[in-house]
Write a protein that binds this ligand. Structure first.
Ligand SMILES: Cc1cc2nc3c(=O)[nH]c(=O)nc-3n(C[C@H](O)[C@H](O)[C@H](O)COP(=O)(O)OP(=O)(O)OC[C@H]3O[C@@H](n4cnc5c(N)ncnc54)[C@H](O)[C@@H]3O)c2cc1C
Length: 351
């Protein structure tokens, strides 16, 4: 059995730890940020995600489908809100199938707890990967007090997201890479529940306010509230506003009143939230290869970040974990180089 380092304990790293530990490997996860179960690292950035069929297939294979289902809300349709507040419900499926809304923070906390229950998983928070030796699978991590420690393993997985430190090291070799920022950025908006905890909108719908060049959407939480996201170009054009032209409280008031009037009674503090919450960017990342020396591999967004509009980034990352697990089932756990090569072929076939 192998000693494995996972860099990044986000959505994909935590599921990967479960898969690999259940195979009997000794797994250490190193996460740059603090433990999300102890501090609210997601404040103002806790977007909701949808888990779709490929995500569930992987979660089931890892034995955590039920644990995750408990924190989700099924979503059967899109609810389109037009400019006049008229609603149009568009089901996702003719046979009443659903996708499932989940809070990023809740999902991350749940999977970390599931991973931590396994005796051969150790989680290390506040450990930022600052270097990886690709020949020896040795990572260097900086802790909060500035100390740098070296950790040697048989295999390193970089599940450290779109701006991966592991990938940055791989880029120094023969490596093909592209990073494309799209024009749209996003901000979180939290939609509260009614005082008695009931939802203000149909919780089994993904609510969308499409406005051609920008949009807002909201996905239900289990507490009756919704987590909304406003997507808008960073820079305005002659056709559309941008975050750069909605800067002051006055501009934000006018913007929401003009474009999202029916959301105002539902989110009375929408302007305050807009002014307070951070603006984040969206990038598409493609790279090749995903593995090097049979010792270091990229997985999840570190290997292939995509824009959120298809709701597939995390689901694809979960599928990576399952494909890897299937390959290990087929070829054994002692031949990482061979599995890495096959993972590469499988990725090329998926493209
Ligand atoms: C607005 C929005 C909506 C989305 N909606 C959906 C959706 O509905 N469905 C879907 O499938 N996907 C969705 N996605 C995509 C999804 O969020 C990502 O695909 C997913 O989070 C990728 O998981 P990951 O673990 O690979 O990366 P991340 O979730 O980014 O996790 C990476 C982890 O690595 C840590 N890390 C980073 N650098 C280091 C370092 N140097 N050392 C140690 N640790 C490090 C980070 O702190 C983080 O915890 C959405 C994304 C956005 C932005």
């Amino acid at each position: 059995m192998s000693k494995i380092t996972i860099v990044g304990g986000g959505l994909v790293g935590s599921l990967l730890a479960i898969f690999l530990a259940k195979r009997g490997h000794t797994v250490s996860v190193y996460e740059r940020r603090g433990d999300p179960r102890k501090t609210d690292i997601y404040a103002g950035r806790s977007i909701n995600l949808v888990v779709s069929h490929r995500g569930w297939t992987a979660l089931r294979a890892a034995g955590v489908e039920d644990a995750v289902k408990q924190i989700t809300v099924p979503v059967y349709a899109r609810m389109m809100h037009d400019r006049d507040g008229k609603l149009n419900r568009v089901p996702y499926s003719i046979d009443n199938r659903a996708i499932y809304s989940v809070s990023r923070g809740e999902l991350n906390r749940r999977l970390l707890s599931e991973a931590e229950q396994l005796p051969n998983v150790k989680l290390h928070f506040d450990h930022k990967c600052v270097d990886v030796d690709l020949e020896t699978a040795t990572c260097r991590f900086q802790t909060n007090d500035g100390e740098v420690i070296g950790v040697n393993a048989d295999v390193v997985f970089g599940s450290d997201g779109a701006f991966s430190a592991v990938r940055a090291k791989m880029m120094l070799g023969r490596f093909t890479y592209s990073q494309e920022y799209i024009e749209h950025d996003y901000k979180e908006v939290a939609f509260p529940a009614n005082a008695d905890g009931t939802p203000k909108m149909d919780p089994q719908c993904l609510h969308i306010w499409p406005r051609r060049y920008f949009m807002m959407m909201g996905l239900a939480n289990q507490d009756g509230g919704f987590t909304g996201t406003l997507f808008m170009p960073n820079t305005h054009t002659e056709n559309a506003p941008g975050f750069d032209t909605v800067q002051t409280e006055e501009q934000a008031k006018k913007f929401f009143a003009e474009h999202f009037a029916d959301a105002l009674p539902i989110v009375p503090d929408i302007v305050e939230q807009y002014m307070r919450n951070p603006q984040s960017s969206l990038a598409i990342i493609r790279c090749n290869p995903w593995t090097v020396n049979g010792k270091v591999a990229l997985i999840g967004d570190a290997a292939h970040a995509i824009v959120p509009f298809y709701g597939e980034g995390m689901n694809a990352g979960y599928e990576d974990c399952k494909v890897l697990n299937d390959l290990l089932n087929e070829h054994g756990d002692d031949n990482w180089a061979d599995s890495a090569q096959r993972l590469r072929q499988s990725a090329q076939t998926q493209r």
